[in-house]
Write a protein that binds this ligand. Sequence first.
Ligand code: ADP
Length: 467
Amino acid sequence: MRQPLSLRLRLTLTVGLLTGAMALLFGLLVDPLLRAHLLEDVDARLGARAARLAELPAGAQSAALEAAEHYAALIGPDGEPLARSPAARAEPFALGPELLGAARAGQTVATTGEAADGTPWRLWAGPAQTDAGPGGVLILGEPIAAQQQMLAQVRRLLLLCGALAALVALGAAALLTGRTLAPMTQLMRDAAVVVSSGRYDQRVPVLRRNDEVGQLAQTINTLIATVEQTLRQQREFLADTSHELRSPLTVVLANLNLLRRDLDPHERELSVDEAATEAQRMRRLINELLLLAQSDSAQVIAEAPVRLDWLVEDVVGGVRRQAPEHIYQLQVDEPLVVIGDEERLAQLLRNLLENAAKHTPPGTTVTVRLQRSGGSALLTVADSGPGIAAEHLPHIWDRYYRVDKVRSRAAGGTGLGLPIVKYIAEAHGGRVDVASEVGVGTTFTVELPLAPEAAAPARQPAETWRA
Ligand code: ADP
């Protein structure tokens, strides 16, 4: 609840501040423009008055100046005043020497200042003809209190409007963000209920399909579904694993119980053999589980150049010795190098060959072929066994999936061989495929990306996986 509120607050404040800042900027732009405009008006009026005065004969001009209500003065070329109004008499140097000099030099100048009594005025000065010749300066002034008052009023009005706009924007933003965020808050509550209750079979309602909130709800539902599926898979996997471990354990315990009795040496040996076989099965299962756990935690596979052709020859040689009841044909077209973990790659091929040995009748042929196909190495293991029916094919990569559970177990299978093959191939950036026809045979294909040309292993494949 806190989070959306603070988001709401932040959005509202941002909108309010932005509006306030824009109003301020507007005021800052308008104020000097208005001020310049008002002063221009005054200057034009003073200029016009000066022009009218200039047209008067000298005597009348002096009289007009002397009688002027505001500041008015005619300064001679020598700097001496020729005629002045009372206001100019009171403040002879109001214009300042610099502007006076400029006016004398022929420019029209204007300035703003304050009279002795504190009223603001505008002084205008321009070159003037005098009796004594050119070089005179005519100074005219006018109070601008009214203009300044107006400016101050406009400023106050701008401030007020700005503050009001910011307030209205604040209110509108608060209202709007509140309305926009309300469904989000609801969505969050719904999702929190699912998470806290652990009822991943539930979904949050998707009310408005087409907007962002609706999309978020759909994404949350996808997430919940993923969690649900993962949890179910985990449960099933745990149940399957417990089941797989229970059978051999039962056999081991039964044999241990038998061994307590007074058995004859032959029976004793049989019993020990059976217990040992089942213990080995458990060890194999656990080893395979550990390997698959690595695939779940996405552990990186060791990376080094591997000569696949050497590896294939060595593994097939080893299997030939271990399972001699099948005929193994080997076709290796050319040296091929992939980047990866040679021990794992050897295990991949061994799993496929052991499957062929386990699931096809003795005396049949198993063909292993390694060839290049574009930028990949293609490794195929083809047998002429009973094949796998089409309905089973998509499932053989699943953990513990076996077409004939009893037969597979009897042959020492754990149901984890093919999932491991798939994991190893994919961990090497490759993929696996199977083609099978009942009564004809099965062909497994593993495609692995080839190493860049320069890569080549420095040594023969390791002894660990050979034979
Ligand atoms: P298993 O330990 O049972 O061999 P796998 O995961 O290696 O487990 O294989 C899964 C199932 O696929 C096997 O139980 C078997 O039914 C089927 N299978 C695998 N390879 C072959 C093959 N070459 N010929 C016929 N069936 C096979």
